[in-house]
Design a protein around this ligand. Structure first.
Ligand SMILES: Nc1nc2c(ncn2[C@@H]2O[C@H](COP(=O)(O)OP(=O)(O)OP(=O)(O)O)[C@@H](O)[C@H]2O)c(=O)[nH]1
Ligand SMILES: [Mg+2]
Length: 378
């Protein structure tokens, strides 16, 4: 999906967009370090836009004091809705009001070293996006991270890779990037808005499908210097659901499959009602209606969704596989329901039940795509 691009001039101006929530103990040192680095880059015009969500610890006041004495620093305040909302606001502001060639996104807690910023910006000479990557050769994570945190980070990265279908990038959840404004304009606003940490994956996906040329540069990711993490359950829940949508956005077959699934719901409920009205008991009606909808979906998928695939395996074998996959779907949906209940205990059960349809449908899609309707090798 990446395009070959001839090298172009390095950016003459840029803006670091930095979201903050309760970063009182980091923000002052962070801004001063960044400004000192800008002083060492006299040919480039650097700015910093801090996007604060009315942090109760007074982060905004500290930023305001620095902005009063240095015209390169700006503050944007707003309601707390999450990291993705803050970045969306920040990028919208830059695109509408600042005339810069590039943006840099980074955390305020020193996990991303200000010293790496010039290196990322310089890489824009050859690319539209330069990612500060933990997961390429030479990249590293703080030694103080325990095995559980490493596993979570790696697991989240792998989940996003295989579900969203982003195979070309090592660090998909990276929050340290330099982006040419021309590429950001093509990728932004995101087609499906996000609130939380999944923003990083959604932005990367959007940059990729809009044809951005992307490079990864190794960085060392340090543990936060002060303060606490803001990653919450809500972020995890949104992450787990949203990456499936990203997959959907880039797959035509999947859209057909989803439409087929919707007609299957109508067949299922319609048959159920007809059978009930004709005096058949509810359990038999339910089982017959489910099976009829599976058969209906199978034929539609066979003759429409996967029509273009060359498959020699007998149709009856495919039908049996399709039924087996339907059992799998049930298992995936139910376990998703259990997990979603744990993640969002305050929501009504029906919300978890409705959301659990999506992973089930995706499992169904992958199993059918890679097994039932697997194309013959060419
Ligand atoms: N404006 C705004 N900033 C946020 C929000 N959530 C997180 N941030 C900022 O985004 C950056 C990354 O958040 P962190 O809490 O450090 O997330 P993390 O790096 O995954 O977690 P740690 O390991 O604790 O550092 C920091 O600069 C936060 O202050 C939010 O809801 N609004
Ligand atoms: Mg952090």
């Amino acid at each position: 999906m990446q395009q070959d691009r001839p090298s172009s001039a390095p950016p003459n101006s840029f803006c670091v967009v930095m979201p903050t929530y309760n970063e009182r103990d980091n923000i002052s040192a962070m801004l001063r370090q960044l400004l000192a680095i800008f002083d060492g880059m006299p040919a480039v015009d650097g700015h910093i836009l801090v996007v604060d969500d009315n942090s109760p610890d007074g982060t905004a006041e500290i930023v305001q004091d620095i902005a009063a004495t240095d015209s390169r620093v700006f503050l944007l305040s707003g309601q707390k809705r999450g990291l993705g909302s803050a970045y969306t606001r920040g990028f919208e502001y830059v695109l509408a009001h600042l005339d810069v060639d590039a943006v840099v996104q980074m955390d305020a807690d020193f996990s991303h070293s200000p010293l790496d910023t010039p290196r990322l910006l310089a890489a824009l000479e050859e690319a539209d996006v330069a990612i500060g990557s933990r997961y390429v050769l030479g990249g590293a994570i703080d030694e103080r991270w325990g095995w559980w945190r490493r596993l979570l980070s790696r697991g989240g990265n792998m989940f996003a890779r295989y579900i969203a279908g982003i195979y070309a990038i090592g660090d998909i959840t990276a929050g340290f990037k330099a982006i040419r404004v021309s590429a950001l304009r093509r990728a932004f606003p995101l087609r499906i808005p996000v609130q939380g940490y999944v923003f990083q994956v959604a932005l990367l996906h959007s940059l990729m499908i809009s044809g951005a040329h992307i490079l990864e540069l190794p960085i060392r990711f340090s543990d936060r210097q002060a303060g606490e993490t803001k990653l919450g359950r809500r972020d995890i829940a949104e992450f787990l659901v949203h990456v499936w949508w990203l997959r959907l956005l880039s797959r035509k077959t999947f859209v057909k499959f989803a439409l087929t699934g919707l007609t299957g719901v109508v067949v299922n409920l319609g048959c159920f009602q007809i059978l009930l009205n004709s005096g058949v008991g509810p359990y038999i009606s339910s089982a017959v209606a489910i099976e009829l909808s599976i058969i209906w979906n199978f034929f539609l998928n066979n003759y429409w969704t996967f029509r273009d695939r060359q498959i020699t395996a007998r149709k009856r074998v495919r039908g049996l596989k399709f039924n087996a996959v339907s059992l799998l779907t049930l298992g995936v949906s139910f376990s998703s329901f259990v997990v979603l209940r744990w993640l969002m205990p305050e929501q009504p059960e029906v919300v978890a039940q409705a959301l659990s349809i999506l992973p089930g449908a995706m499992a169904n899609y992958f199993a059918n795509s890679y097994w039932t309707f697997k194309a013959d090798p060419v």
